[in-house]
Design a protein around this ligand. Structure first.
Ligand SMILES: Nc1ncnc2c1ncn2[C@@H]1O[C@H](COP(=O)(O)OP(=O)(O)OP(=O)(O)O)[C@@H](O)[C@H]1O
Ligand SMILES: [Mg+2]
Length: 266
């Protein structure tokens, strides 16, 4: 375990995951068998920093993100947020803090109402947050669209009429309207062209810096995660096998698997 993991409880820590375990029941004839997706996953994220979670496909990265967001239940462990264990929250408590931890994922098309324009989608989010004035909602929604780089020309377009990059900008805008403290980005650029990837990564970095957001950045791409993160956690077979400061890479990598990931990305 690294110094970071040992210092759980650090006053700067905003989110700490401790001993997280998760098994899934296999389908059909195999339903008596359980697949271990996570085992003893422990790490902490310091306020205002980005923690990159990397590793092979099926290694458990998204499961960690989903558990933190409350989309999946854990079998064991704790997720401490501001001193309280999120895994013990009732549905009502969870709803109350849901805006504070927002998820941005890869394929966001299905997360939007196909009949709503970009502006209407953001306006609805503000309505659900309690903003009853239509005029104020439109003003705030437009300001947010501009912040993420969407202009007048895109305001009236529906999600499927936007390009992949524009749609991801809209997705980020919607997450930001909830004024999150923590943004969980699960492969946010994996579905995009390399040139567009760079634009979205730059946008996320700008937003993180300006809003002092805390971020969990999930990616199978170690160089991308390294670019975005302060600390990198490497997952393999449901375990966190290494934690290393991003600036210490590549030399700081100790585990053979991390070295292989670095080699594969060269
Ligand atoms: N709802 C589910 N039911 C059954 N098994 C699941 C479920 N969700 C995930 N799993 C399994 O749990 C393991 C971890 O999945 P997870 O999606 O967390 O991996 P990942 O690291 O995000 O992979 P990728 O890089 O491909 O996104 C995989 O073996 C996956 O098949
Ligand atoms: Mg995943």
């Amino acid at each position: 375990m690294t110094e970071l993991s040992k210092s759980i409880g650090n006053t700067q820590s905003i989110l700490s995951v401790c001993g997280l375990g998760k098994t899934y029941r296999l389908p059909g004839l195999w339903r008596r068998t359980r697949l271990t997706a996570l085992s003893g996953v422990t790490f902490e994220i310091l306020k205002g920093t980005t923690y990159g979670l990397v590793g092979e496909s099926g290694g458990g990265k998204s499961t960690v993100g989903k558990i933190i967001c409350g989309l999946t239940k854990a079998d064991a462990g704790q997720v401490m947020y501001k001193g309280r264990d999120l895994l013990k929250f009732s549905k009502r408590d969870r709803k109350q803090i849901s805006g504070q931890i927002q998820l941005v994922f890869q394929d966001c098309l299905g997360a939007f109402d196909p009949r709503q324009s970009a502006l209407a989608a953001l306006s609805e989010t503000l309505y659900l947050r309690g903003q009853k004035s239509k005029k104020a909602r439109e003003e705030q929604a437009k300001a947010m669209l501009r912040e993420v780089g969407l202009g007048l020309e895109q305001e009236g377009l529906r999600p499927f009429e936007l390009s992949g990059g524009q749609r991801q900008r809209l997705n980020i805008a919607r997450a930001l309207l909830n004024k999150p403290e923590i943004l969980i980005c699960d492969e946010p650029v994996s579905a995009l062209d390399v040139s567009i990837q760079a634009q979205i990564l730059n946008l996320l970095r700008k937003i993180q810096r300006e809003r002092r957001l805390t971020m969990l950045f999930i990616s199978h791409d170690l160089p991308v995660a390294r670019l975005m993160s302060d600390t990198i956690g490497v997952m393999q077979n449901g375990r966190l096998i290494e934690e290393v400061s991003a600036e210490d890479l590549p030399d700081g990598a100790k585990h053979l698997y991390t070295k292989e990931l670095l080699r594969a990305s060269q």
